[in-house]
Design a protein around this ligand. Structure first.
Ligand code: ARG
Length: 545
């Protein structure tokens, strides 16, 4: 449902013909919002702005929500929402179990492709972003009543398994006893070996063929590598409190049997052509073709994603597909989507979006690395944060940092700033929530029932807070549509700031009678919205801090 400011905006636009661009008023005496629409129109019409403003004010009927409109200065229109309307709207946040989030009237089946770690390697910080952002989309879309189908596109197939299995056999190891750290060490050894020893390299290549043709010994070692890796990833998911489970696993290998079928379909429909021995799809707007099958007959990452799209549309019946993968793969996904549209795997009524995200940078502005210059592992990052704060606060710090800057932007990992309970941080929001809880706890200790209605809101700080509370549902709907979690972060930050301002200017426990009751109700409404919003970000709302 739309908030009053949004309804107001539409009402003005219906009359003025342009977006009134309502801005929060600069001073309480100007009401809640101000618009310069009359000044803009006056210029185009060559009329005095105040005259244009008067015309708009005379035609506009917003008396349901607003006090009589005022024209100020050169022709600004001031809007003041009626206090009782605001109080009634904000009161709904107290009783509505969904705290103002209205279920969509067009529920969709939404596939979200996220996490996608690679077998026999630890998750790196890029996978952190994918996992945290994907989890947030999952929560937001679910809250709106969509059916979310997470797909964890694990990197569990490819030529690297030839050398991994070969190395295990050569060293006579039992991979079933490995953890992810050991597997990664093995990966490094196998890689070195492959580069230095042509005989080993040759055996590794033959091992790839054995894997692909279903050799049982090879497959069983490959399976062990997957099992141990998934166990490691699940440990990380548990630590991150994300919703992914084994049911969501749909690694590259699940598409093995489909690859030859896809290649044939593409060739038969003329979508793909043989070029220099390789099967390729040329699509307009891309400077290189997509290689479907290499000249040696091998399949790669590209066709696997075509098969995944085909499966997600045909079998999972996706209406919308969201890929949470780093911006380095933007070209890849644009090409995958274009090829799939051309091949008919992706009908016009199915939306496919690449929600690309930027890098996590170190203080030097370069890709975040460990102290010895290695790639930063996700668990190193969690450990670093937990050195500075307790686990729920450390997690809030990391997740919020990940979600609160525009997705596409790179951001600097500054743990000292991120864990602070001041400024635009996750812990600041947790702190605001804990403060609401504290006030309510104290009231409860005095056997005071928290009322279910906000009744008096005369102070500007109360009104600003109430107004902000009413915008929650709309903000969540906006994130579902735009896939911009930073808007929810920004909303919650503004809410926490409005609460801080209210808390500093309006005594709650020291107030009396109806004012006290109403202010306590405002605290409760704020607590509910903060808790709900933090939950959508995957952040724990703490009762005490
Ligand atoms: N495993 C890939 C990586 O680590 C990410 C997979 C993304 N999803 C996909 N459908 N390609 O970069």
């Amino acid at each position: 449902m739309s908030s009053i400011p949004t309804l107001l905006s539409s009402a003005v636009e219906a009359i003025a013909g342009v977006d009134p661009e309502l801005r929060p008023a600069t001073k309480p005496q100007f009401g809640h919002f101000q618009s310069n629409v009359a000044l803009r129109l006056a210029k185009a019409e060559g009329k005095p702005p105040r005259e244009v403003a008067a015309r708009i004010v005379d035609t506009l009927d917003v008396s349901e929500w607003c006090e009589p409109l005022e024209i100020a200065g050169p022709g600004f229109i001031n809007f003041r929402i009626k206090a009782d309307v605001l109080a009634a709207e904000a009161s709904r946040q107290l009783t509505d179990p969904a705290v103002g989030v209205v279920p969509t009237d067009m529920p969709q089946r939404v596939v979200i492709d996220y996490s996608g770690a690679n077998v026999a390697k630890q998750m790196h910080v890029g996978h952190l972003r994918s996992t945290v952002i994907g989890d947030c989309f999952n929560r937001v879309l679910t809250a709106l009543g969509h059916t979310v189908i997470p797909q964890n596109h694990l990197g569990d197939w490819g030529t690297q398994f030839g050398m991994l299995v070969e190395q295990i056999l050569e060293e006579g190891l039992d991979a079933s006893t490995f953890d992810l750290i050991k597997a990664e060490e093995l990966y490094r050894r196998a890689n070195e070996h492959f580069k230095e020893d042509p005989v080993f390299a040759d055996k590794a290549r033959k091992r790839v063929v054995a894997l692909q043709s279903g050799d049982e010994q090879t497959l069983s070692i490959w399976r062990q590598l997957i099992t141990l890796s998934v166990a490691g990833f699940n440990g990380v998911y548990a630590r991150l409190h994300v919703k992914l489970t084994d049911d969501d696993l749909a690694g590259e290998s699940t598409y093995n049997d489909d690859l030859a079928v896809v290649a044939r379909e593409l060739e038969e429909s003329g979508t793909a052509v043989i070029d220099d021995g390789a099967l390729c799809v040329f699509v307009e707007g891309f400077n290189s073709p997509m290689i479907i099958r290499k000249s040696d007959g091998g399949y790669g990452y590209g066709i696997t994603d075509l098969a995944a799209v085909r499966h997600r549309v045909r079998d999972l019946k996706a209406d919308r597909m969201i890929y949470v993968v780093g911006t380095e793969q933007t070209y890849h996904f644009n090409q995958v989507f274009a090829v799939c549209r051309k091949a008919g795997y992706l009908p016009d009524d199915v939306v496919a979006e690449h929600a690309g995200y930027g890098l996590i940078l170190g203080a030097d502005g370069k890709r975040l690395r460990t102290r010895d210059g290695g790639t930063m592992k996700l668990i190193n990052l969690l450990d670093a944060a937990e050195e500075k704060a307790s686990p729920p606060i450390a997690l809030a710090a990391i997740k919020y940092a990940d979600l609160s800057s525009g997705l596409q932007k790179d951001y600097v990992f500054d743990i000292d700033r991120m864990v602070k309970a001041q400024g635009n941080t996750g812990p600041y929001l947790q702190y605001a929530h804990a403060r609401c809880s504290q006030v309510l706890r104290k009231a409860e200790a005095e056997q005071f029932d928290v009322p279910t209605k906000i009744t008096v809101i005369d102070e500007p700080a109360e009104q600003t807070l109430a107004l902000q509370l009413t915008k929650y549902g709309e903000t969540v709907a906006d994130v579902a549509e735009t896939l911009q979690p930073h808007r929810l972060c920004g909303y919650l930050y503004d809410l926490a700031v409005a609460y801080t301002d209210f808390y500093e200017n309006c005594p709650v426990l020291k107030a009396e009678g109806e004012i006290r009751a109403s202010r306590l109700a405002l605290c409760l409404a704020t607590k509910r919205v903060l808790a709900a919003g933090l939950d959508l970000l995957g952040i724990e709302a703490l009762e005490r801090m």
